[in-house]
Design a protein. Structure first.
Length: 333
């Protein structure tokens, strides 16, 4: 076992401002996508949350659509049973997809009616009076952005969320939302949640490049391990019991068995071995090394996986500019 897999010499967690806002979030955060409600029950969730918190994590991410609302319920119940003071953590959820089936105004929308029902439902499931961050989980081409901005701003004004943001919106859509908010004196979006990893970087590094300074947008990024590809465990095939074997994840198997992707994963494995960290830790650290990233959202289905992910703090210290350049060159092939 490498030093990075233990917590004996793990550096202290660092905290970054969420864009231009005053909110500070841990550079590594914990999210419940895929696991809570499918692989993780309340008891196991408590174990994962406890390890994350003991490692300095203060930001916990969720979404209405995760396991049809069950993920929110499990996280909320686990936090309540752990007895955490509400002031001691930052929690988010995301709305767009809906959980009420193919019902008009309740599915794949960001109209005002849906947003007000959605936030109330999320708060009820999580057992909270407010969330710190509320994201529009995807853009809605059928609802005017101005309607969405007004509704999200009103939710913040009502005290049901402290800040709002977007997830996987285009730079043009984010800029339009910011301009509407400024023109109407409304609460602006302060954060975007995009996918970001060694294999998926165009949007964060190119499309959004001017948003950071122009609009003060922060980033809470997801999928630092590229759905597990960058763990290195798929370079020789898909092991039994992995996420890719779950029903409904057939699309993931094609990604994980792609020869070009796995060749890049082999390079990551090699460099990680040279600095005595795991490939997962190095992949997460690479994301955190981007100064525009406020927090890297990690996921896990066991307390041991959380500990493994937190070792990325060690990898971040060991990721020199020279090694980062070598890694960037290798994966761009």
């Amino acid at each position: 076992m490498s030093n990075a897999e233990t917590r004996n010499d793990q550096p202290a967690m660092t905290y970054r401002r969420l864009g231009r806002s005053g909110l500070q979030v841990s550079v590594l955060s914990f999210g419940s996508w895929v696991t809570f409600g499918t692989q993780v029950d309340t008891g196991l969730a408590k174990d994962c949350l406890t390890v994350a918190r003991e490692s300095g994590v203060n930001f916990f991410d969720n979404a209405e659509a995760y396991a049809g609302g069950e993920s929110e319920r499990i996280m909320g119940q686990a936090i309540a049973e752990l007895g955490w003071e509400r002031w001691s953590y930052v929690i988010s959820t995301k709305v767009f997809w809906g959980i009420h089936g193919d019902v008009p105004n309740m599915r794949n929308t960001l109209n005002r009616k849906y947003l007000f029902h959605a936030i109330d439902g999320s708060l009820e499931r999580m057992g909270l009076d407010f969330v710190d961050l509320l994201y529009c989980h995807r853009p809605d081409p059928h609802t005017p952005i101005e309607e969405t901005v007004w509704a999200m701003s009103d939710i913040v004004s009502a005290g049901k969320a402290l800040y709002w943001g977007t997830s996987e919106w285009s730079a043009d859509e984010i800029r339009a939302a910011c301009e509407i908010a400024e023109r109407r004196n409304l609460h602006k979006p302060v954060v975007e949640q995009p996918q970001y990893n060694l294999l998926e970087r165009r949007r964060v590094e190119k499309e959004y490049a001017r948003l950071y300074d122009d609009e003060g947008i922060g980033l809470t990024t997801w999928s630092p391990l590229a759905s597990g590809l960058l763990t290195g465990k798929y370079v020789d095939g898909i092991p039994d019991g992995s996420r890719a074997t779950l029903p409904g994840y057939e699309w993931l198997r094609d990604i994980l068995t792609d020869p070009a992707n796995n060749e890049k994963a082999r390079t990551l494995v090699d460099i990680a071995g040279r600095i005595d960290v795991t490939p997962s830790q190095l992949a997460i650290a690479w994301c955190a090394a981007n100064p525009n990233v406020s927090s890297v959202i990690t996921g896990a289905s066991s307390a041991d996986q959380v500990r493994e992910n937190m070792g990325a703090l060690v990898a971040l210290e060991r990721l020199t500019p020279e090694l980062k350049a070598e890694l960037d060159k290798a994966v761009r092939r």
